[in-house]
Design a binder for this molecule. Structure first.
Ligand code: ADP
Length: 542
């Protein structure tokens, strides 16, 4: 027997409607790339989203299921795009601005974006590839001066697009399982893959994060969204702020530690998100130049890479600010776990508490975790047995965009994360290693496989193996171990950096090179990265 309850669709439009009806007075503050501050209210956001919806449908001819790209920093128009595009039934596709031109070109062609909304400051990145983009009919320029010059063919200014439009728009009734957004993951080898979020998954993810056991956000908060909107929908924060009634502060490209500290102070920010590299930078800057008044900041939530214990300790001891660790992936919307202490931990020592907070944490309600050993058995919840972390839940992917293959999923429907973890008796998961051949530097992925094949294209190089090594600022950075064709040859680091800069963007290029006689191999002849890491840890690679 079915329950006798309304079938009320959980959509991004219901989030927008709620934010407007209950929290129309709450603020959205933007710091533009040139430092200018702009402020308006959720009520203004609502009206502008309706204007945008009219523009998308009437002027740009966008219809249900169309893909609309964004290439932009965090700012109010980008939030309008999240709600406006999804609200008309189209799919909002934020494109990572930090990828190589080849990857960006592939992603735009693969997703079939019809229109791209692009920040004026980012236009040069698209100009380079525009002739190769097969489906883009028009570019909408955000925050561009009137006399802005570009080689992009068909352009219109965002404000001009909205200007003549009515503030009245009848949102279409959408199915909550319809796609609302899309982000791409970086592949180890091969091409990036699209993850298509639904309205329902977006709604459930955002409403879960608000809970006191998770992000703990309410209408008393002002939240600084440091995680870019082109990174897994800014971890759902543009949605959860409307549900929780938290003021939203958007820094666009103002991500330098000193500027972030100034924004934290000026806006009395109480909570913020970001990858560890950002918070390491903010902490160092605060140590060097301690703020005169205690910041209003109570907590920062970190994900994307492990939150170092020393940072949790330092921030709390020196400035009374709490670090909260979360774990997630593009494929999991992204948040899957969060680490907070519970009543059962009250009696523990400070150090034991710190050890728990430094774990990746417990699953959100609506998501399940399990660890499978190499033998294919379920690992016991003993905090020791390692295995592959697998996940299922209401906001976890079940297939990649445009692929039917089930690589990456188990036969019984769990998603294989490629992370190697343990889980303890209380359900706290801890990441120990990863099976995917990727390096995560400052929150962005670098494919070791792509670097290896590029290096091996150098005439003096016979073999190359790239591993991740620890770095204080970037958490991880690439180290390339190289076997030369002719042992007597030499190559300078700068020559290699120059050679790689043809195919890689700056942050992806290794600065550390070691020369070896032979790359260790596994029994089946694959590069033995575990062995290379061991040699490096023992100081035998230099
Ligand atoms: P995101 O943009 O959220 O970082 P990605 O899909 O690019 O998502 O990366 C997901 C991967 O990042 C995870 O599988 C894991 O390897 C790593 N990761 C994410 N959060 C953490 C964390 N708190 N600690 C350690 N690794 C993490």
């Amino acid at each position: 027997m079915e329950g006798l309850i309304m079938n009320y669709p959980l959509t991004t439009t219901t989030i927008l409607e709620y934010g407007n009806s209950v929290y129309h007075h709450k603020k959205i503050i933007t710091y533009l790339p040139d430092g200018t501050r702009q402020e308006y209210r959720f009520g203004d956001l609502y009206k502008r989203c309706k204007k945008l919806a009219n523009a998308l449908t009437l002027k740009l001819g966008i219809t249900k299921g169309d893909m609309v790209g964004t290439f932009a920093w965090n700012h109010a128009p980008h939030v309008e795009l999240y709600y406006g595009i999804s609200g008309v039934g189209a799919i909002c596709h934020p494109i990572n601005i930090r990828l190589t031109s080849d990857q960006t070109e592939y992603i735009i062609n693969n997703s079939e974006d019809r229109v791209i909304f692009v920040d004026a400051t980012l236009v040069p990145l698209l100009e380079k590839i525009a002739p190769l983009l097969e489906t883009v009919e028009c570019y909408v320029l955000i925050n561009a001066p009137k006399d802005f010059k570009t080689s992009l063919l068909i352009t219109i200014h965002y404000e001009d697009l909205l200007e003549e439009q009515s503030e009245h728009f009848e949102w279409p009734t959408l199915n909550e399982n319809d796609a609302s957004g899309m982000c791409y993951t970086s592949g180890t080898t091969g091409l990036p893959k699209g993850v298509l979020y639904s309205h329902r998954s977006t709604y459930l993810h955002a409403s879960n994060i608000i809970s006191p056991n998770a992000g703990n956000y309410s209408n008393l908060d002002t939240i600084l969204l440091i995680v870019p909107q082109f990174h897994v929908m800014a971890w759902g924060f543009p949605y959860l702020c409307l549900l929780s009634g938290s003021n939203m502060v958007l820094p666009s490209s103002n991500l330098q530690p000193d500027v972030l500290i100034k924004i934290l102070q000026e806006e009395q920010v109480t909570k913020a998100n970001g990858v560890p590299t950002i918070w390491l930078g903010v902490y160092d800057a605060m140590k060097k130049n301690p703020p005169k008044e205690k910041l209003a900041l109570e907590e920062y939530i970190v994900g994307g890479s492990a939150l170092p214990k020393s940072l949790i300790e330092g921030f709390e001891k020196d400035f009374g600010i709490k670090g909260v660790q979360a774990w997630g992936m593009t494929e999991t919307s992204p948040l899957g776990t969060v680490s907070r202490l519970q009543s059962l931990h009250t009696h523990l020592s400070d150090n034991e508490k710190l050890n728990i907070r430094a774990k990746q944490g417990t699953a959100f309600p609506g998501v399940e975790l399990r660890i499978m050993t190499d033998e294919g058995t379920l690992a016991p919840a003993d905090g020791k047995t390692m295995g592959e972390l697998q996940i299922k839940g209401a906001w976890v992917i079940n297939s990649y965009f445009k692929t039917n293959n089930q690589d990456g999923f188990t036969q019984d429907g769990w998603f294989k994360t490629g992370d190697v973890s343990t889980i303890d008796k209380d359900g706290y998961m801890e990441i120990k290693d990863r099976t995917k051949d990727l390096i995560k530097s400052g929150g962005e992925w670098i494919s070791s496989v792509a670097l290896e094949s590029a290096l091996m294209a150098h005439p003096k190089i016979k073999e190359a193996a790239v591993i991740a090594i620890a770095d204080e600022k970037w958490i991880e950075k690439p180290l390339a171990s190289i076997v030369l064709v002719n042992e007597k040859d030499t190559i300078s680091d700068s020559e290699l950096i120059e050679f790689l800069s043809r195919d890689f963007v700056k942050y992806q290029i290794p600065r550390d090179y070691v020369y070896i006689n032979e790359v260790p191999k596994t029994s089946v002849g694959k590069l033995d990265k575990k062995e290379i890491r061991r040699l490096f840890a023992e100081g035998k690679l230099s």
